[in-house]
Unconditional design. Sequence first.
Length: 118
Amino acid sequence: MDKKILIVEDDVVFCKLLTRFLRKNGFEVMDAQSGKDALELVNLNKFELAVLDYRLPDMTGIEILKEVKRKNPKSKIILITRYGDQDVASKAIDSGADAFISKPINPDELLQVILGFE
């Protein structure tokens, strides 16, 4: 697999856990812990998939989603959040997210969602 994935999660330990897990499963993965860092990566790379935390210290995952889609409209987006309310889910889908997952996330379940896009 040569799918390039962006993970944006402000929980550093969880972010690195997902990054390592997806790399072990054959993906090229880049990660960021803030919206600012994520946007820098988006401007320098083309991601086929982005896994975005909704609540970040400096912006929302939806703001990053819009930039990823602007740069590569075919990118798939998975939005994740601890705050699994319907408002966030519908806002994410309306903004172009392809999937929405509530925390806590099981990495194997995330992998199944990712593989489902192929």
